[in-house]
Design a binder for this molecule. Sequence first.
Ligand SMILES: N[C@@H](CCC(=O)N[C@@H](CS)C(=O)NCC(=O)O)C(=O)O
Length: 201
Amino acid sequence: MLKLYDHPLSGNCYKVRLALRQLGAPYEKIHLDIFKGEQHSRSYDAVNPNRKIPVLVDGDFNMWESNAILLYLGKKYSPNPLYPDNLPAFGGMAQWLLYGKTSIDPNLAVARFMTKFLPPESVDEKRLNELRAQGGAVLRVLDSHLEHYDFLAGEYSMADIACFPYVNLAPEGGIDLSPYPSVILWCDRVKSRPGFIKMDE
Ligand SMILES: N[C@@H](CCC(=O)N[C@@H](CS)C(=O)NCC(=O)O)C(=O)O
């Protein structure tokens, strides 16, 4: 059975849990307490030398980087609509998976981390304000795309699963979603997909 090194408050782990549920793939969770520093133990080095979660273990193979895990799962359980075969839809999915990792998560996830998990006295307010401003620019890009499309690559796919967690969690980073109505409607559509699970499920 697949195994997932996981933490319930991690948006990167959540996207993998959501994909596994919507693919109907059984798996075992291995809780890693990143707030207690378990990612820095010597034994975890062999699991992920980058010392982060999520990590997916599939038999003798293990891998890290959440959006790469989504691609792996999409192909492993192919054919399935989350991993489109049609070339433009595949290209769109790949584009948004990379935009997620290069633009969405570095701003929205880091703003959330600094706001929700760091002691206030250690927060660099200037950097946090920059992240919030850049996060707004990222949300404007998403909003203008989602004015025209129900889902990022046209149909619901791994792209939506990859981008949803930290967009939906943006208010926890002090980023208001109300200026981005198409993003809010997209979040609602993602939440109403069959097999949707909340972050704490
Ligand atoms: N690019 C990585 C980021 C993974 C990441 O930052 N994971 C966080 C939890 S969401 C983590 O393990 N943090 C612990 C640490 O950085 O020490 C991915 O998408 O998987």
